[in-house]
Design a protein around this ligand. Structure first.
Ligand code: PRX
Length: 640
């Protein structure tokens, strides 16, 4: 199968006339390159310094450190002046009954009102504010209002449980929570305010809760603590001058050990990187209607629904719903209705809509599309082909973008006007990004083709600065296994053309529907109920989600419960401890786990079983009890 080469079209931001030159500038003189890129923002004081960083311990990363700016003013005020009537956000509701365009002028009013409300609650520069909301315009207002007054927001996805929410509130010591009475997704209600009430039983530090009434549902309010949001549109709140290195937000993400990490991003470098990558990678021109389907609770929602697009004065679509509600033609109908030209989603959504059948494509033409993006997980060839041939009707360039919460923005991706399309390959690093593949001893592999651990050799402005409140954990997680490199935790292949193919996580992190979940976190959650003594969690290939969650669990010695009851307990505890997003796809109750004599669980063996690849299990004689493997295979095979 061959794919059309990019048309040599000079109207692309990045085209054959400027690509090589920019690539050279970015690698020969990164500081000058990034300082010139920072000019796309409005600065109160333009920085004189580019990067000031070291990956040597103590790791320290700073960009544009003497610059002063306000992120909200860059995303809102300047466009309200320059293009006041341009639509900033088009909000589409879950039910499909409302499409609301919000101009940059309106956005400024709304953000001012929200900033005023936060100030009235006593929020000050540097305070942490938790945002636990549905995908309604107010979530963007809340993020931008925090940025306006210099507060640090931490958005928690609505699919997380009260327990997860309180863990995050405690970790960042937030004193204000912004929420809604309820969320609605796919016609189902999410009890956001009730979840907050429950979470706050464990978090005395929260002084105020601001509640947006997004539906007519009545919710109980705690006197003195909770306040309904009634916007005062006469409010004018001046944007706070912020140092480039002042924190903008914290976003929690799962790692291979322990509780989620608070990934901290700062102001000037993050916004420069989000804005530049958004414009150049998606080739966002003046009249484009751009739609990224991510929820604002994830990094994609931060960088490519809110901050990148708004910093560029673009029109960004915000969707409250889900792809297959009420029917699997929902996304395609919205594309036609709004004339979306750039569309960015996750392989999971593509696979589930592909499985729904091509008859759902007959109700839309999708003619307005010109660029399609993919993010969050490896995209398999079949899904890529369907995206290209059926959705894009072979008229669209596909950008398969590799990046992470930690990287702030896209690091490896094709550029629409430059690179050949290769289904499944994220192809080439962005300007100023220097990846390498390391072998297990930490040596760079410089052969083509090859495979290894994906690291980045030098810093870029969008890189996370620390793990909030735990700089040592930051160093240990990302800079210890391979000293002096940023280690992504991913493996990758590089083919003979030098193009990168991400092969997935090499650590104990699962990627379920493009969402990261640590196996350790799920194991801890599953054993909260004493009916379960021990668990081991592994991933397995899942036709829609990419990866599914499989739990092997040992029940207590004299457990009165049946296997079915035990499974229900495990499901329930995981859902209450982490949230519905971590719900297991398969659970096996077993008598023991494959452990070495020193007690270490051999996950490799469980991964082979989960994939049904029994022949790859190999030698089990070093296990404390080798017969356990046969037992687990039996249970697994019986219940399939
Ligand atoms: O394993 C990689 C996978 O998603 C991980 C990052 O997850 P998260 O921080 O939640 O951010 C998701 C959105 C950027 C990576 O370590 N990943 C992300 N993009 C791709 C990908 N795997 C393959 N191809 C991609 N394009």
């Amino acid at each position: 199968m061959s794919y059309p080469k990019p048309i040599d079209d000079q109207s692309y931001f990045i085209n054959s006339s400027n690509y090589q030159n920019l690539l050279t500038q970015a690698s020969k003189n990164p500081d000058a390159f990034w300082l010139s890129m920072a000019k796309r923002l409005n600065w109160i004081q333009f920085p004189t310094r580019g990067g000031n960083w070291t990956f040597d311990k103590p790791v320290s990363i700073k960009w544009f450190e003497d610059g002063v700016l306000n992120v909200c003013a860059n995303c809102v005020d300047r466009h309200a002046l320059e293009t006041p009537d341009k639509t900033a956000i088009i909000w589409v509701n879950d039910a499909g009954t409302t499409t609301t365009p919000i101009s940059y002028t309106q956005l400024l009013k709304e953000v001012n009102a929200m900033a005023g409300a936060l100030k009235n609650l006593g929020v000050q520069k540097g305070d942490r504010v938790i945002i636990y909301m549905p995908m309604i315009p107010e979530i963007a207002y809340a993020m931008l209002a925090c940025a306006r007054i210099g507060a640090i927001h931490s958005v928690v996805f609505g699919g997380f449980s009260p327990e997860s929410l309180s863990g995050r509130i405690q970790d960042c010591n937030a004193k204000v929570v912004i929420t809604a009475n309820e969320g609605v997704r796919g016609g189902k209600s999410i009890p956001l305010k009730a979840n907050v009430d429950q979470a706050l039983l464990q978090t005395p530090q929260v002084e105020k809760v601001l509640v947006i009434n997004s539906t007519s549902l009545n919710v109980p309010m705690v006197a003195g603590r909770d306040r309904f949001y009634t916007p005062d549109h006469t409010k004018i709140v001046a944007p706070e001058p912020m140092n480039a290195e002042d924190p903008l937000f914290i976003l929690y993400t799962s790692g291979s050990t322990g509780k989620p990490k608070g990934v901290l991003h700062t102001s000037g470098g993050y916004l420069t990187y989000a804005s530049l990558t958004h414009q150049w990678i998606f080739d966002v021109q003046q009249d484009d209607i751009y739609w990224c389907t991510a929820d604002a609770g994830w990094i994609t929602g931060h960088s490519y629904v809110v901050y990148g697009p708004l910093a560029n004065g673009a029109t960004t679509v915000m969707f409250e719903g889900i792809p297959n509600y009420p029917n699997p033609d929902r996304l395609w109908k919205i594309i036609d209705e709004l004339k979306v030209s750039i569309f960015y989603t996750a392989p999971t959504a593509i696979r589930s809509l592909m499985q729904a059948g091509d008859e759902w494509l007959e109700t839309s033409s999708r003619k307005s599309l010109r660029i399609l993006g993919s993010v969050g997980e490896p995209i398999n060839q079949e899904a890529w082909e369907w995206y290209f041939h059926q959705i894009g009707q072979e008229n669209c360039r596909i950008v398969d973008t590799w990046w992470q919460t930690e990287t702030g923005g896209i690091l490896i991706t094709p550029l629409a006007g430059i690179h050949n399309l290769k289904p499944g390959s994220a192809t080439q690093p962005f300007f100023g990004i220097h990846p390498a593949l390391l072998d297990e001893h930490g040596y760079e592999i410089d052969t083509y083709p090859c495979e290894g651990n994906l690291v980045i050799k030098t810093s870029w402005p969008g890189q996370m600065r620390t793990v909030y409140g735990d700089h040592r954990r930051f160093e240990e997680t990302y800079f210890s296994q391979f000293p002096e490199y940023y280690f992504s935790g991913d493996g990758a292949r590089r083919d003979a053309d030098g193009d990168y193919w991400i092969t997935g996580r090499v650590d104990d992190v699962l990627n379920v529907s493009g969402h990261r979940l640590g196996t350790a976190e799920i194991e801890t959650a599953a054993t909260i109920d004493h009916a379960i003594v021990e668990t081991a969690v592994v991933g397995f290939p899942h036709s829609i989600k990419g990866e599914g969650i499989m739990v092997f669990a040992i029940a207590g010695a004299h457990s009165p419960h049946s296997d079915e009851e035990l499974k229900a307990i495990i499901k329930r505890t995981i859902r209450t401890q982490i949230g519905p997003i971590a719900s297991p796809d398969a659970i096996y109750i077993v008598k023991g786990l494959p452990k070495t004599r020193s007690g270490k669980i051999m996950r490799r063996i469980l991964r082979c079983i989960a994939k049904g690849e029994f022949e790859k299990i190999g030698d089990v004689s070093t296990l404390a009890d080798p017969s356990i493997v046969e037992h687990i295979i039996e249970v697994f095979s019986a219940k399939k």
